[in-house]
Design a protein around this ligand. Sequence first.
Ligand code: SF4
Length: 227
Amino acid sequence: MQGTVVREIGPCMPAKGPKKRVLQVRLTSICNMHCRFCVRERTSDGREWREGIGATVMTVDAATELLSRSMGSPDPPEGVEITGPGEPLLDASTYLFLRRLHGMYPQLFLSVRTNGILLQERIGDLIRSGCRGVTLSLNAATMNAGERIFESVIFRGRRYEGSDAARIILQQQWTGLEQAIEAGLAVSVQIARIARVNEEEIDRIASLAEMIGAERVSVTDFDGRIA
Ligand code: SF4
């Protein structure tokens, strides 16, 4: 298999610990799909959080302040990634933050981590906001794994479950991957290896993603539960 495969830990969110010199911020906890292995609960302030990750959702102002402080450090970040858990492409704060940072620090490499459901329709907004890269969470290539991983999706105002949800998610993710690459975004793919669920598809997902043009493919081991 061509390309770089890096073992990391975690499902749709970044591997433990921020990447070197990339500041990772979380601006939303809302997601438009439900993966069976994603455990989200309500905190006392009503926000959702995902087990093991915490509820640290920042406002755009707080995230800007954090970045400004980091930029003044001896080893300032070279990039900023807007991450989950939660779907950044759903939230207006993502685009506001990107535009703000692009204006303040045009040298920064700005990127977004996404489940891909809205990728096709938001590519233009991302590029216009100064985003240069996307990390796509891609955990299935076939309906077999898709139906076991995805429980539901909200798509164009409707909620879908079961095989309908899996079909829509697979379609949106794989088409989104192609279109983001065609549009000139640097696209990385992160695959969560879920024991006894998608293990047999990992090589296939990685090969397909590389063939389509993903710059980097990472495989993370996820030891969570399937409800
Ligand atoms: S895409 Fe991420 S935040 Fe959304 S349900 Fe799946 S694991 Fe959870």
